[in-house]
Every structure is written in structure tokens, then in C-alpha cells.
Design a protein around this ligand. Structure first.
Ligand SMILES: Nc1nc2c(c(=O)[nH]1)N[C@H]1C(S)=C(S)[C@@H](COP(=O)(O)OP(=O)(O)OC[C@H]3O[C@@H](n4cnc5c(=O)[nH]c(N)nc54)[C@H](O)[C@@H]3O)O[C@H]1N2
Ligand SMILES: Nc1nc2c(c(=O)[nH]1)N[C@H]1C(S)=C(S)[C@@H](COP(=O)(O)OP(=O)(O)OC[C@H]3O[C@@H](n4cnc5c(=O)[nH]c(N)nc54)[C@H](O)[C@@H]3O)O[C@H]1N2
Ligand code: SF4
Ligand SMILES: [Mo]
Length: 920
């Protein structure tokens, strides 16, 4: 019996697997409550539904959350510890890590080692990682992917409030009269919050402003969209502060009683001339005036901001320019108003709480404050305490590159793909003498470079807590048995710590005892002097921890739960208790466009993928929305660059090159292009977008400018294009362009080459008759290994038209298709994908080579509704025929949008703008 089955049986005996488990979604910072239950014996599938009792989502889920049950596949999991590619036991691996870290520290000092962790580990993992580095090794060289994500907000909050406090609650979005979304694509990135906002708007007519260079799906519910020039936010908000002052909209009482720095901030803001405002923001005087008037007219304003603000070389100033306007009007901490930085990752907030960043101490204490250092060291009884900042992420990998860091432990993040200057990062890691990677997946672009790989428990197996954007702490609970030898991240850290000789501080029975210790630290010598206090939980028992209901901080020991909004009556965490308005002179982005690199590359997310796709790409339906990497470009820029829709383009910056499919759209601002951050070498050839991103960072926060890189875009000189359906993963590195995505029973491939293959038949053979799944690649879903049986290939060639088509059969079943053409491959992909493993006889086999359904079967087109597999052409037809004139009517007829609702805005856009059928 497999260990997994054995574990499952014991779970069933304990009655765990039989019931719904309450847990939390592992994706975005909304932090939705999820009910989960294994749906097959091997626990590789689960039933998932939204937890109706969870105060973040009240039962709602988005497309990614709803598909969680399909991401538990064991294929591709890292199952055992490995040393130099060989499977080894835990003891060997942990001893080696401890020994190498010990040796390196002894020979080269504590700053020669580093931990690079992630907002996707649990608070308990994060807490012990930080404790090991800052309290025991004695260096602050622990940083996290939150540096790429939340650092500017953290620094902005600290500058203004004296603490990293997010003062808002989700319900404020529902109580506001005006919601301003700055650099946030809420519809795709925080979909359940977006749904809550959309419902509130329907009920009470909330006004919505979106400030984003692109017309994103979020704009579908906006009253005003300001397509701001990239990087122009500080100017826009300085203009707003000046406007509020001139118009007498300042809350003089609040400013006088609770703030300092007002005059200097206003003086700087007022320096900006009308002309400078317009050139910096790219907006007309009328557009700015409309926004300013809305802000003035509504007392209840929530400003939600995200990566369009944070990921900038003036990210911290952007944050403070926004906070200035809320402080000047006293619109903070009250029902329905306040600035609201939404967190990206499930535990970005938890990481900040336990001090995961290189410039923070634990429990919101400051590294630069010696008194705080003493409190933490006393509490930990630790031999030392770091008292100066460590390397921030970008600098950390530079220090790896030039040998200052000699031993590195990467946990739950994929820096080879997500850090700027990604090719240099890859080289740096490859050249580092000792690299440990803790991950749940065997094959990522980062695990390939690890000397030691430590297999971690994944979502569904692991147990602990996460904190969401509104400071709500929820439990992630296990509901499937632990697979193979995988272990929790906290356990890995503690075992290494003990083997390094730090026995005292790392003896924990489980996550509950770590959580209790952390809760106690938040209360240590606090007495209201620090915002973060959850010492009410310092004596939490295992049973209480297991039953822990979601709660918001602060929750100090002894007292009644404190009001969970901060700052309505001032009481900031600065020495004089006053908030500080920071003067923020406008600065242009760090890089400049030039003749050689005339366009600005903006990067971000798509609806159905999560970061480097290690988990979302396990679900074919999440790849049916977008199956390959793409670049969006305005029609005018496309024309000027000689690009057509659906062509392949090379995008080059000063530091790298990628190849992506062109999407021509007027939703893109002229002069800018947009590409998703998701595709890696595991899923495409030449599409790691961070290879292009420059290493410029914000001087205060160290956060990279991921949204502004000068690039040029030109057609790829492709001599042929191909589309294939295969049953086993194939090697893609040799193509000039390739993207691979799982489908039911196999994979779909987009291919292109700059040289015509010597033999089409040989290429077809390689693709359609591989000798089984290749090793060294990721995410093989349900690969059917067809070694042995004879495969028959039916082909159609039209040399003059440059068309080559092949279909492969095993017995009567279709086991592969390959279409190649000189121009684009004009077939229905959605249809072709569904032909795999279907039975075909005689003439039907030739019909398959037509690449589209027969006349009586409609082509559904690209999939819009991932839950019910509803395609663009079906929705278009229902609208064009006049049968459906609302999102609800489309739902009634086709079911599209009636489950998670994530596609409802897209359907709305199709209804508003008219739509055109396209090949799927
Ligand atoms: N589907 C999905 N959801 C996710 C994630 C995911 O991978 N997939 N990741 C999660 C994580 S970790 C994060 S951090 C969040 C990120 O959530 P968001 O920040 O909402 O997402 P992004 O797409 O990175 O960027 C938001 C917008 O900023 C705009 N922008 C670019 N430059 C500027 C500028 O100069 N000014 C302004 N005002 N806007 C600008 C971009 O055009 C983009 O639409 O999403 C979380 N949710
Ligand atoms: N160009 C550009 N670059 C960006 C961004 C952008 O907008 N544009 N956004 C930035 C932002 S905001 C973020 S947050 C980062 C995200 O970037 P990354 O953190 O690099 O991306 P992920 O794919 O989330 O990586 C998580 C890794 O952890 C593994 N993992 C999952 N669960 C666990 C677990 O429980 N334990 C362990 N040990 N491993 C686990 C996954 O398999 C995966 O390999 O990207 C940043 N990079
Ligand atoms: S909005 Fe979606 S991705 Fe975010 S926590 Fe909720 S279900 Fe998960
Ligand atoms: Mo993020």
C-alpha cells in the first residue's frame, strides 16, 4: 500500500477526511475561507466551496479558488530530500545544510549566509526563519519576495504612521461612496473583493475611479478611468493635495490635532504647475478636475492601491502622496473611508508581522530601535540580535552574484523568474557555492539550481495561519494526508537550527506552540505602544488553535478586543503620536525610453494564473483562458512596429529578450505594452519576462520598478508556425518559440521556427511519438505513456500553400495532432483539444485534419468561462442573435458566469462593446 493511501486510511479512522475542512485559499491576499473535502481515494482531487461563514468572502470564490481541488495532483511534486540530484534521507539533507551554514558563518561571518523566503509560507514558518537569522545566526540577511510586492507600502506606512498599519477593513469598500483604485486590477487580482465592491455599487451607486495606464477589466465598473502615464501617480496626488487645500477641503481640525508636516507637503505639492501635472500624468486638465471634484465631494472615500503604486522607483512616495490626501482630509480609520493597500500573497501581511523583511525586527518592532532589539532578544533569550539591515532582495542576489553571500536558502519563491535582471539572478544562483531550495514542486526554474532540495508540505497538507489584507488571521488546515516524505517549512528551519547548535530556541511540538510564542512576543512590553498585539492568544492550546476562528488584530491580552480600525482619533505610533505628511516631489521613472527602446513595458497578472504557474498550470481549465504568453500593444504602436494581431513578437530590453504572441488592443495606452509575469522555462521558451526588467529600485523601500522598462518590439522572423496536441510532455527548448499547456489527457503546444525544418515528417514523429514522458520538465498531468502500441499517422501536405497536417492514432483513438503552416495556423484550438482520445474511423480521420468542427458543430472559440467551459463564440452568438442582453441572460442560457463569477466582467464588456467571433 502506498504511504499516501496508508495515511489516508488513518485520517479516515480519525474521521478527518470524511468531512468538510475549513481552511483558507492559498492564493491572493483577500484570504477567502474555503471548505474542502477529498473527492477520490488518492486525495488528488477535492471538492471545494466557499466558506459561507468566513468574513472575507461569505461563501464566494473566484476562478482560481474554485479550481483548487484540481491542483492537488502529485505529478511533478518534490517528494524526497535531494542532494545534487540524488534522493537522500532527511537526516543527510538537514545535516548538510546545517554543516554548510555553520561552516560559512564560522569562516566568513554571519552576513555571508542568507535566507530568501516568501509571502506564501505560513506565519509559523516565517516566524522561525526570522528568529533563526536575526536572533541566532545574528544577521538580518533574510528577505522575502514581499520586497517585490509590498515593500513600498510598508515603508510608506512607517513614514506616515510610525508603524506598518493597514487601517482599513473590507466592509469599508461596501460603505464608501467613492472607491479609487490606483494601480490595482482588482477584477483579476482580488476578484472576491471586486465582487463585493460590484454588489455594493449595484445597491448604493458607489462611484468608482480606476487609475491605471491600461483599460483593465476592473474599468468595466468604473465611472471614471484615468489612463495615467506610467509613473505619474505622485504628480496626480500632489495635484489633488493642492486642489483640496485651495478648495478649502482640508480637515483643519484633524490636521492640527493629529498630524505634522502638512505645510511642507502642501508647499511641494503646490509647486507643480498645470503643465507639469499634465505632462507627468498624461491626463487632460478636465480628466484631473473630474477626479479631484469626486474626491472633494465624497467624505467616504476608500483608496485601494496595489502594484501600480508599489512596484515603482517612486513607490514609497506614491504611497505617501496617497496617504497625505487621506490625512489632510481626516478620511482615515472611519467607516467607509481610508487608504487601503491590498496585499498580494496569502500571507504577505503575516510575513510583515513577524519581521520577514531585511529591515524589520519581529512583531512590528524596528531593527533600528535598540530598545526593540533588547525586547526581542530578551524574549527569545537569543545569543545575539541583528541590529542593522540586511540585503534587500535585489541587492541580496547581487551579493550572491559577487560572492559576498556564500550559502543561500530559498523557500517558497522562484527568484529565477520573479526578480528583475532575472538572467543575472540565474547566473548568481548558479555560481553560489551552496544553495538550498525548499519547494513543493520538483521542477521549477529555481529548483534546477539547488544543491539541496527540501520537499515541503503544500496547501491541503500544511497547517498554520495566514493574515489577509484586512489584518485577519485565519487557519490553513490540512485535509489530505501528507504525501511521501514532505515536511512543513517551519520544521525544516527548526531542524537545521538545532543541528547548527541552537537547541534551546527551536524545540516546538507543532505550529500551535510557535503561534503562541509569536502571540506572546507581540504583547511583550507593548502596553499599546505598538499596533500589532495579539497577545490574547499567547496561551492558545492545541485544541483552541485547531478550532481558531478567523479574527482581526489587534487583540491584546486581558482587555476587550480593541476597535479594529486605527487612527480615526489620531493616536499614531510615532514618538509624538502624530501622523507625518511626507513632502513628495514628483520624480520620473528611473529608466528612460530612447530611439532604440521606444516603448514602456508594463507587467502584471492575468485572471487565471498564479505567479510562476507551478500550481495553477496543473489545471487545464485555468489555462484555457490564456494558453500562451502574450504582449498587448496599442494598434498605433503595432502599426509603427510592423506587427499584426496574433503574430509572434520579439521584445527586447537592455537586459534581455523574450518572444510572445501579439494582442493588438486599444485598451493599451499608446507608447506602452503589457506582458504577464507568469510564463517560465517550464511552460514556454523565451518568455521569462523578468529577464527584461531592469534592477532599478525605490531608494526608500528597495522595491524594484517592475512596471516600467524601456523595450523595443518587433516581429519574430518566423518561417513556420505550428500547433500540436500530444499525450506526453515534449522538450521545447530547441524551438524559436514554444509554449506548452496541459489539457485533459495531454498537452497543447504552440510552436514557431525561424528555419524551416529539414523534414516535417521527422518533426511530426518527434512530437507525436515520443518514447514516454520526459524527465527534467514540470507538471505532467495524466500523461498516458503509450510506449509499445503501434501508432498510425495520417497526413495532409500542401507544399505550395505551406500547410502540413498530421494526426496520430492508436487503434481507433486520436493520440496526437500537429498542424504546421507558413503563416498562422488557422484552426480551432478549443475544438482540437477536445479530439484527443476520441475515436475516429476511415474518412473521419481525414476530416480531423481540417482542424475545425464539421458544419453542424459550432466552434466555441477561446474559453471565457473556465468553470463551465463556455467559449467566446458561444457568448458572441447569444448576444448577436438578440437572445441575451445582459450578463444574467447569458448566464441563464449558457451558465457562463454563474459559478465563481470571475468572467462576468468580460461578458459585460462583450455586451457593451459588441464582439466578434474568433477561432478558439
Ligand atoms: N490572478 C492572479 N491574482 C493575483 C496574483 C496572481 O498571480 N494572479 N498575484 C497576487 C499578488 S502576489 C499580487 S502582489 C497582487 C497584485 O495585484 P495588482 O497590483 O492588482 O496586479 P498587477 O497586474 O501586478 O498590477 C496592477 C495594475 O497596475 C497598473 N500599472 C502599471 N503601472 C502603473 C502606474 O505607473 N500607475 C498606476 N496607477 N498603475 C500602473 C498595471 O497596468 C496593472 O493593471 O495580485 C494578487 N492576485
Ligand atoms: N515583472 C514582474 N515581476 C514580478 C511581479 C510583477 O508584477 N512583474 N510581481 C512580483 C510579486 S508582487 C510577487 S509576490 C512575486 C511572486 O513571485 P514568486 O514568489 O517567485 O512566484 P511563485 O510562483 O508564487 O513562487 C512560489 C514558489 O513556492 C512554491 N511553493 C508553493 N507553496 C509552497 C509551500 O508551502 N512551501 C514551499 N517551500 N514552497 C511552496 C511554488 O511551487 C513556487 O515554486 O513576483 C514578483 N515579480
Ligand atoms: S479571491 Fe480568489 S484567489 Fe483570492 S483568496 Fe479568494 S478565492 Fe483565493
Ligand atoms: Mo505580490
Amino acid at each position: 500500500m502506498s504511504p499516501r493511501l496508508r495515511n489516508l486510511m488513518s485520517l479516515e479512522v480519525e474521521g478527518v477526511a470524511a468531512d468538510w475542512t475549513k481552511t483558507t485559499c492559498p492564493y491572493c491576499g483577500v484570504g477567502c475561507g474555503v471548505l474542502a473535502k477529498p473527492a477520490n481515494k488518492t486525495c488528488t482531487l477535492a471538492e471545494i466551496k466557499g466558506d459561507p461563514d468566513h468574513p472575507s468572502n461569505f461563501g464566494r470564490l473566484c476562478s482560481k479558488g474554485a479550481a483548487l481541488g484540481e491542483t492537488l495532483s502529485l505529478d511533478g511534486r518534490l517528494r524526497h530530500p535531494m542532494i545534487d540530484g540524488e534522493q537522500r534521507c532527511w537526516d543527510d539533507a538537514l545535516s548538510l545544510v546545517a554543516e554548510r551554514f555553520r561552516e560559512t558563518v564560522d569562516c566568513h561571518g554571519p552576513d555571508s549566509v542568507a535566507l530568501y523566503v516568501s509571502g506564501q509560507i505560513l506565519t509559523e514558518d516565517y516566524y522561525v526563519a526570522n528568529k533563526l537569522m536575526k536572533g541566532f545566526i545574528g544577521s538580518a540577511n533574510i528577505d522575502t519576495n514581499s520586497r517585490l510586492c509590498m515593500a513600498s507600502s510598508v515603508t510608506g506606512h512607517n513614514r506616515a504612521f510610525g508603524s506598518d498599519t493597514v487601517p482599513g477593513n473590507y466592509e469599508d469598500l461596501e460603505l464608501a461612496d467613492l472607491v479609487v483604485l490606483v494601480g490595482s486590477n482588482l477584477a483579476w487580482c482580488h476578484p472576491v473583493l471586486f465582487q463585493r465592491l460590484a454588489v455594493a455599487r449595484e445597491k448604493r451607486g458607489t462611484k468608482i475611479v480606476v487609475i491605471d495606464p491600461r483599460r483593465t477589466m476592473t474599468c468595466e465598473i468604473a465611472d471614471l478611468h484615468l489612463a495615467i502615464a506610467p509613473g505619474g501617480d505622485v504628480a496626480l496626488y500632489n495635484g489633488l493635495l493642492a486642489h483640496l487645500t485651495v478648495e478649502g477641503q482640508v480637515n483643519d481640525e484633524y490636521v492640527a490635532a493629529h498630524t505634522s508636516g502638512f505645510d511642507a507637503a502642501v508647499a511641494v505639492a503646490a509647486q507643480l504647475s498645470e503643465g507639469e501635472l499634465q505632462s507627468a500624468t498624461g491626463l487632460s486638465a478636465d480628466e484631473c478636475a473630474k477626479f479631484y471634484a469626486l474626491f472633494s465631494a465624497n467624505e467616504r472615500v476608500v483608496t485601494v492601491y496595489s502594484q501600480g503604486v508599489n512596484q515603482s522607483s517612486s513607490g514609497t512616495d506614491k504611497v505617501n502622496a496617497i496617504l497625505n490626501c487621506h490625512l489632510a482630509t481626516g478620511r482615515i480609520g472611519k467607516l467607509g473611508c481610508g487608504p487601503f493597500s491590498v496585499t498580494g500573497q496569502p500571507n504577505a501581511m503575516g510575513g510583515r508581522e513577524v519581521g520577514g523583511l531585511a529591515n524589520m525586527l519581529a512583531a512590528h518592532m524596528q531593527l533600528s530601535n535598540t530598545e526593540h532589539g533588547r525586547i526581542v532578544q530578551d524574549f527569545w533569550q537569543s545569543p545575539r540580535i541583528a541590529n542593522r539591515p540586511g540585503y534587500k532582495a535585489v541587492d541580496l542576489f547581487r551579493a550572491v552574484g559577487d560572492g559576498r553571500i556564500k550559502a543561500l536558502w530559498i523557500m517558497a519563491t522562484n527568484p529565477v523568474d520573479s526578480l528583475p535582471e532575472a538572467d543575472l539572478v540565474r547566473e548568481a544562483i548558479a555560481g553560489c557555492p551552496f544553495v538550498v531550495v525548499s519547494d513543493v514542486e520538483r521542477h521549477t526554474d529555481t529548483t534546477v539550481l539547488g544543491h539541496v532540495l527540501l520537499p515541503s508540505q503544500s496547501w491541503g497538507e500544511k497547517s498554520g495561519t495566514v493574515t489577509n489584507s484586512e489584518r485577519r488571521i485565519s487557519r490553513q488546515r490540512p485535509f489530505v494526508p501528507v504525501m511521501g516524505e514532505v515536511k512543513p517549512d517551519w520544521w525544516q528551519i527548526c531542524e537545521v537550527a538545532k543541528r547548527m547548535g541552537y537547541n534551546e530556541g527551536f524545540e516546538y511540538a507543532g505550529p500551535a506552540s510557535i503561534f503562541a510564542e509569536y502571540a506572546a512576543l507581540t504583547g511583550a512590553e507593548n502596553d499599546g505602544s505598538r499596533d500589532l498585539d495579539i497577545s490574547a492568544y499567547e496561551k492558545v492550546t492545541v485544541a483552541e488553535y485547531d478550532a481558531l476562528a478567523p479574527f482581526q488584530w489587534p487583540q491584546p491580552a486581558g482587555g476587550l478586543p480593541r476597535e479594529t480600525r486605527f487612527f480615526a482619533d489620531g493616536d499614531f505610533f510615532t514618538p509624538d503620536k502624530r501622523a507625518y505628511l511626507v513632502a513628495t516631489p514628483f520624480r520620473a521613472p528611473a529608466s528612460k525610453t530612447s530611439e532604440a527602446f521606444p516603448l514602456v513595458l508594463n507587467t502584471g497578472r492575468i485572471r487565471d494564473q498564479w505567479h510562476t504557474m507551478t500550481r495553477t498550470a496543473k489545471t487545464p481549465r485555468l489555462l484555457s483562458h490564456y494558453a500562451e504568453p502574450f504582449v498587448e500593444i496599442h494598434p498605433d504602436d503595432a502599426r509603427a512596429s510592423g506587427l499584426e494581431a496574433a503574430q509572434l513578437a520579439e521584445i527586447e530590453s537592455r537586459s534581455g529578450r523574450v518572444v510572445m504572441r501579439v494582442v493588438v488592443t486599444d485598451q493599451q495606452r499608446r507608447g506602452t505594452v503589457f506582458a504577464p509575469m507568469h510564463w517560465t522555462d517550464q511552460f514556454a521558451n523565451n518568455a521569462r519576462i523578468d529577464a527584461l526588467i531592469s534592477g532599478h529600485t525605490d531608494p526608500q523601500s528597495g522595491q524594484p520598478e517592475s512596471k516600467f522598462t524601456p523595450v523595443r518590439v518587433q516581429p519574430l522572423n518566423a518561417r513556420w508556425h505550428g500547433f500540436a496536441i500530444v499525450t506526453s510532455r515534449v522538450e521545447i527548448a530547441s524551438f524559436d518559440y514554444a509554449a506548452i499547456a496541459p489539457i485533459a489527457g495531454g498537452f497543447r503546444l504552440e510552436l514557431a521556427g525561424c528555419e524551416v525544418p529539414a523534414s516535417w515528417v521527422e518533426l511530426a514523429d518527434e512530437l507525436l511519438q515520443p518514447s514516454g514522458p520526459l524527465d527534467g520538465t514540470a507538471a505532467a498531468t495524466q500523461v498516458s505513456n503509450r510506449v509499445g502500441p503501434v501508432i498510425e499517422v495520417v497526413a495532409y501536405h500542401d507544399r505550395s500553400a505551406g500547410q502540413y497536417r498530421f494526426a496520430a492514432f492508436c487503434d481507433d483513438r486520436c493520440v496526437g495532432l500537429f498542424f504546421a503552416a507558413r503563416g498562422s495556423v488557422e484552426i480551432s484550438r478549443t475544438w482540437a483539444v477536445e479530439q484527443l482520445d476520441q475515436a475516429f474511423e476511415g474518412a473521419e480521420r481525414l476530416q480531423l485534419l481540417a482542424g475545425r468542427p464539421g458544419r453542424d458543430v459550432p466552434d466555441r472559440g477561446r474559453i471565457i468561462c473556465a468553470c463551465f467551459d463556455v467559449g467566446l463564440n458561444q457568448i458572441t452568438e447569444a448576444i448577436a442573435s438578440g437572445r441575451c442582453d445582459s450578463v444574467a441572460a447569458v448566464g441563464d442560457e449558457l451558465k457562463a458566469g454563474t459559478n465563481c463569477g470571475s468572467c462576468r466582467v468580460e461578458i459585460g464588456r462583450l455586451l457593451n462593446e459588441g464582439c466578434f467571433a474568433e477561432a478558439g
